[in-house]
Every structure is written in structure tokens, then in C-alpha cells.
Design a binder for this molecule. Structure first.
Ligand SMILES: [Zn+2]
Length: 392
């Protein structure tokens, strides 16, 4: 029926208008109509979202990349600011659920070009690190704000007594060799030893220029409250000497005995209980997680090289000569070397304010690397011997 009526209609039009002018006019009219419909349908589909990411959104991302990145980078910052605060929780629950659904659609919309830009925008330091870098450069001789900003430092999420962030930098070995040694480098355990921070920054610059065969974790300011105090103090904001407070064996009795022996010294107060300070809790956790093979702790101003460990000590580092000072209740040498078998090199620079000359700093680092090379060769040798007991 419908077919019949359609046929009928068509044939009726054809036969009822034999005039050629009318036919041409009708033909042009129908072509215009078809063209209009085609244009309309095309617009409908492209606006409709049938293939939105492929064409429509892609064009938006290309035309307005800054806008998208600007929109997404505050999210990135908020995310990185929130994560550190919940650092302890985040370690147990590495993927905060609410962040994902908010963030992923942005990434999709921005498209390939946007992701590249987003990755580049993650290179600048977070607000926390940037502010830390500015403060540090203003306080510590030898620290340049630009070096610090480009240094890929990260907020550990842990804080000092006064809520200052504890900042770390991970440096990977230039050539990824199997079993690359891990080195933990710490400075400003005592906040008034500013030169320790400047020296560590200088060593990091050398590593950035020349590369390193080792994996480093660097904490340039263990005691930020002491360092930023006016004037800087040895102790932390609780008045505790962090290098007497680590949870070493028999801490309570040994500390009390030591206290009696040397007499009251406010600047060496070990705290009320072992490992009580947040800075030391964080340090102990770093040692547990990073599992360093060696720890280097930078101090001043005694001008000597101190060492705790079984492997033969470095004899010299730059102009500093080996002079073993022994360990104290709650000291890092005691905590890491005696209790955990991790060699600890304690560098005592000879000036607490100004770092050594560039030449001296380079010589120290070169001597350190020679020792590290010998040490790690011996470690590899020992583990190779242990893994092939039949050979002997
Ligand atoms: Zn010190």
C-alpha cells in the first residue's frame, strides 16, 4: 500500500509537469534541499558527541592548551599538597580514590598534546618545595634558589615539630647497573651547621653535571626548625639534639649516665624518650624503607672525618683527616652502624657557616666516591662469594 502510493506520487509528479523549465527548477530545488540536509546532518554529528574526543575535543585542546593545563595544574597541585599531609596514610593506601575520577577526565580531554604539557608542568616544584627553596637560598650560603627549584626535590609528607616540611631528593644512577649501591646523605641534623647544607647542594650539582653510579637519597635539612630559627639552633623546636635522640639500644640508661658524666648541656639534650622527635621518626623510617648501604651525615665545625663501620674507613676526605669520635647514646653512628650494620661516614666541616671552597668540595666528593667504589666492590665480591658457596 505505502509502496504503491509512493510510486503513484512520484509518477504523478513526473507526468503532471511535462514543462522542462519546471523540471529543471524542481531538480535544482531538490539538490539544494539535499545539500542543506547534508550540511545539517554533518553539523549534528560533529556537535552531537558521537566521536567527541577524536574531533571536537581534540580541536579544543589544540586551540586552548593553556586553558586546559591551567585548569588541570591546580588540581595537580592540590593533589600533591593533600597527599603529603596524609603521607602516612597515603603510604598504606597509595591511590587516593576521589582524586582519580576528577583527574582522569581532564587528561582525556586534553589529549596527547595536553598530556605532554601536563608532564612538563609537573617539572616545576610544588608550592611547598618552591617556598622551601626560596627560604633555604635566603638562609644558607652556597644554596642557589634556581638550583634548588630545578633539583626535583619532593615533599616527604612528614613534618618537623613546627610543621615545616621534610624535603628529600632522589638521585638515580646514571647507568642503571644491577645492584647499584644506595647512599643516604643527610645534612643540618644540627640546625646551626649551615655549611653542611651548602656542601650537600654543591655535591648534588656535581652529580647533576657528571652523573653518579649510585642511587642517592638526599635530605639536606633534617632539622628545619633549628635551621630557620633566628638565630639558628643546634637543637630542634623541642630543644632536643637529634643526634642524641635516635632509639639506640639501652638509650634511657646510657643517656642518663652520659648526661651525668658530661654535665648538663642544654644544646645536647637527648629528649624525654628514645626516638621521640618527628624528625628522627622520619629518619628512622627513611633508613627502613630506602635500606641504604652507606649513610653520610654532614656536620660542622670540628674539621674531621668520623666513621663507624666494619669496612676499612676512608682515611681522608679533601683536607679532612680520619679521626674517630666514637658513638653516643642516640647518635646516628650508633643507631645505623652499631645496631643495623650500615657504615656511617660523619663529615665534620671546619666552618659551620660558610661551605668549603669549590675546589675543596670537589676533592671531598672525589675522595668519597673513591671510597664508595672500593666499598661497593667489596660488597659485590662478598655477595658473589656468598651466592656461590660450592666454588670454595
Ligand atoms: Zn653537628
Amino acid at each position: 500500500m505505502a509502496n504503491g502510493s509512493f510510486k503513484k506520487k512520484g509518477s504523478a509528479q513526473g507526468s503532471a509537469n511535462p514543462n522542462p523549465k519546471v523540471l529543471v527548477a524542481g531538480w535544482i530545488g531538490s539538490m539544494v534541499l539535499v545539500a542543506l540536509i547534508t550540511v545539517f546532518v554533518t553539523y549534528q554529528f560533529s556537535d552531537d558527541g558521537t566521536e567527541p574526543e577524536a574531533s571536537g575535543a581534540g580541536q579544543v585542546a589544540q586551540n586552548e592548551p593553556e586553558q586546559d593545563v591551567v585548569q588541570s595544574s591546580p588540581d595537580t597541585q592540590i593533589e600533591s599538597e593533600v597527599t603529603p599531609q596524609d603521607g602516612q596514610v597515603a603510604e598504606n593506601e597509595p591511590e587516593p580514590e576521589p582524586a582519580k575520577p576528577q583527574f582522569m577526565p581532564d587528561l582525556k580531554l586534553v589529549g596527547r598534546q595536553g598530556i605532554v604539557q601536563l608532564a612538563a608542568s609537573s617539572l616545576p616544584p610544588s608550592d611547598i618545595v618552591a617556598s622551601w627553596c626560596r627560604d633555604l637560598a635566603a638562609r644558607v650560603p652556597g644554596v642557589e634558589s634556581s638550583d634548588c627549584m630545578s633539583g626535583a626535590f619532593a615533599d616527604s609528607g612528614h613534618k618537623s615539630v613546627n610543621g615545616r616540611p621534610l624535603i628529600v631528593r632522589q638521585i638515580d644512577p646514571t647507568q642503571k647497573a644491577a645492584g647499584s649501591g644506595r647512599v643516604l646523605l643527610i645534612a643540618a641534623t644540627h640546625g646551626d651547621e649551615l655549611s653542611s647544607v651548602g656542601t650537600v647542594f654543591n655535591w648534588m650539582n656535581i652529580m647533576a653535571d657528571e652523573g653518579t653510579p649510585y642511587e642517592w637519597k638526599v635530605a639536606p635539612v633534617l632539622n628545619p626548625d633549628g635551621l630557620f630559627h633566628e638565630p639558628p639552633t643546634r637543637v630542634n623546636a623541642n630543644g632536643v639534639d637529634l643526634n642524641r635522640n635516635l632509639p639506640t639500644a639501652g638509650w634511657a640508661k646510657e643517656s642518663r649516665d652520659y648526661w651525668r658524666r658530661v654535665g648538663f648541656e642544654k644544646r645536647r639534650f637527648p629528649g624525654e624518650s628514645a626516638g621521640s622527635e618527628p624528625e628522627n621518626k622520619w629518619l628512622a623510617e627513611q633508613i627502613k624503607q630506602f635500606k641504604p648501604n652507606v649513610i653520610i651525615s654532614m656536620h660542622a665545625p670540628y674539621g674531621v672525618l668520623d666513621y663507624d663501620g666494619d669496612f676499612p674507613a676512608p682515611r681522608k676526605m679533601g683536607s679532612l683527616n680520619l679521626h674517630r669520635l666514637g658513638v653516643y647514646p642516640g647518635s646516628l653512628g650508633n643507631f645505623a652502624s652499631r645496631m643495623q650494620g650500615i657504615p656511617v661516614i660523619t663529615v665534620e666541616l671546619d666552618n659551620a657557616d660558610e661551605p668549603p671552597s669549590d675546589r675543596e668540595i670537589e676533592q671531598m666528593f672525589s675522595d668519597l666516591n673513591n671510597w664508595l667504589d672500593r666499598y661497593f666492590r667489596s660488597v659485590r665480591q662478598a655477595s658473589a662469594n656468598n651466592s656461590t658457596p660450592e666454588a670454595g
